[in-house]
Design a protein around this ligand. Sequence first.
Ligand code: EPZ
Length: 435
Amino acid sequence: MLLISDRMLIRGGRPLTGRVRTQGAKNAALPVMAAALLLKGRRLRLSRVPDLQDIHTMADLLRHLGAEIEFKGGTMTIDVPEELKWETPSDLVRKMRASSLVLGPLVARCGKAVLPLPGGCAIGSRPIDFHLRALTRMGAEIDLEQGSVHARTDGLSATRINFDFPSVGATENILMTAALTEGETTIENAAREPEIVNLAESLRAMGAAIEGDGTGTILVRGKKYLDSAEVTIIPDRIEASTYLLAGVITRGHVRVDGIDPEYLEALTAKLEEAGAPVTASSDSVEVDCRGLNWNGVTLKTLPYPGFPTDVQPQIMAALCLADGTSVIHESVFDSRYMHVGEFRRMGCKIDIQGNTVVIAGVPKVSGAEVHASDLRAGAALILLGLAAEGETVVCSLKHVWRGYENLMGKLRSLGADIELLPDGESGDKFDGAGD
Ligand code: EPZ
């Protein structure tokens, strides 16, 4: 059942202690769902799919295109017909940027596609020029008309693609397109995220030959047809990071189970540097900050395996309560500091200097009414509320339900004093498309 309340009341100041199990990764499930469109009269079965708003949005998009989808208890089956629609509905695409992941599969499968351009959002302009340039190189004709991408081809060709930036979405779009394009496609300066590897594993299970996923150079030997397959979604490293930081910021003791510690190395290295003791087993990571302070650090967000931009707001929240000064440089997005204004309302001392912020640690923050501007900013505000003195109301939770499964249940199991409020008149301070 998806929660629809839009405001959360948090009574802060309680250390969180306990264990939570990681959900399936939102950012792995979305591209793998899109990859199902490459099938023709076949079925893709996915395990460990998280029950999130974005997953339902993608399912609705695939249904609109003609797929039949069953989703129950974390297992999803996607039956893809012989004939697919290839025009995508604006209301769904504008709701979620990840809808652009159906573009490559539709062009490869149907020879054409119409996709409304995803709007910008709270974390930057978010163009898809890398996707479009790469599809053009593979032989697609791309026109932009009335705010939509019109793509068509008489046949795609395998070729060499070199990205200016290791874009996650562009790598995923071209990986899927190349999997259904006969011949050898090489993707250079490819994204290396674990979600890319999960997609490549899924495409291999469907019959494509792919090597080098997880490195900067991926080689794809595409096929004329792909076949039914069963795939398992990897754990969500961003969700896991968020709960570890909930343990840090509340000076508690939190263990996250069902996660490969290697996925979290950039975060755990930073936590160790800050003096927050981290221990790891083969499939769990825990942090024990009971009675401890942590010191400020300097960090720069980078493509994987560097520090993940999707954990930047959450670690910023923890660093606001560090002993000393921290510096964060956001190098992946051109403006991912919408949450800073809301942090300041709770007493955080943050100075924005271009794409860098300087944070002066304070001994405490105070509860306030604050608004989530996007998914990870919302998560970070909840972390601050858990550590704050007094009551915090986090509004615009619709952003948060997109990426955190059973958030209330998991936080309560760690001892958080939280409740959902009936929607107030607060409205949505930050309007705009989702990620
Ligand atoms: C994916 O977005 C994730 N979303 C994002 O997670 C994540 O922040 C991002 O990767 C970076 O890790 C999903 O996987 C669904 P990019 P994506 O293409 O693919 C620029 C979350 O909270 N760029 O790697 O859109 C872009 O503007 C979300 O779960 C272009 O200029 O990210 C950005 O500055 C937020 N042209 C940078 O590259 C393009 O054609 C990285 O973007 C594409 C991207």
